[in-house]
Design a protein around this ligand. Structure first.
Ligand code: FES
Ligand code: FES
Length: 157
């Protein structure tokens, strides 16, 4: 089936099998391997992308369902060499260890902050509750999101 999708600001036309998962299309066909697969059963959040600005687990939908939609992956957050404030904050606050959950965690956080510029700790914990991290214990992730939030309000890009 032919689909047309805007990926990270670029239009992509493709012929995909109706049964192909969006995450497989992203990783295998577009070679955007920053989007990870942790469980394939919508439990871990490693595959989270933005679909028309909303955080979605890309293992839960078919590629054909993305037809005529806008998708942002972790590769689309930075502007060239300039990291997104969330990416910088995760580095500065040590919001990762192995990094497997990180792209999905950052995409969910981007969605969270786009809806709530100054979330409380409880709102952050609730907002990332669909994303699992096996390494950090979450505290450094919370601090990273809080830093990105305050950087944003302070005018940092
Ligand atoms: S791989 Fe999609 S939620 Fe785990
Ligand atoms: S940093 Fe390893 S799973 Fe989160």
């Amino acid at each position: 089936m032919k689909i047309s999708v805007n990926f990270n600001g670029r239009n992509v036309d493709a012929d995909v099998e109706p049964r192909k998962l969006l995450v497989d299309f992203i990783r295998d066909d577009l070679h955007l391997t920053g989007t990870h697969v942790g469980c394939d059963t919508s439990s871990c959040g490693a595959c989270t992308i933005l679909l028309d600005g909303v955080a979605v687990k890309s293992c839960t939908m078919f590629a054909v369902q993305a037809n005529n939609r806008n998708i942002t992956t972790i590769e689309g957050l930075s502007k060239g060499d300039e990291l997104h404030r969330l990416q910088s904050a995760f580095i500065e606050e040590g919001g990762l260890q192995c990094g497997y959950c990180t792209p999905g965690m950052i995409m969910t956080s981007a969605w969270l902050l786009s809806n709530n510029a100054a979330p409380t700790e409880k709102e952050i914990r609730n907002g990332i509750s669909g994303n699992l991290c096996r390494c950090t214990g979450y505290d450094s992730i919370i601090r990273s999101i809080q830093k990105a939030s305050s950087d944003r309000r302070g005018g940092r890009k």
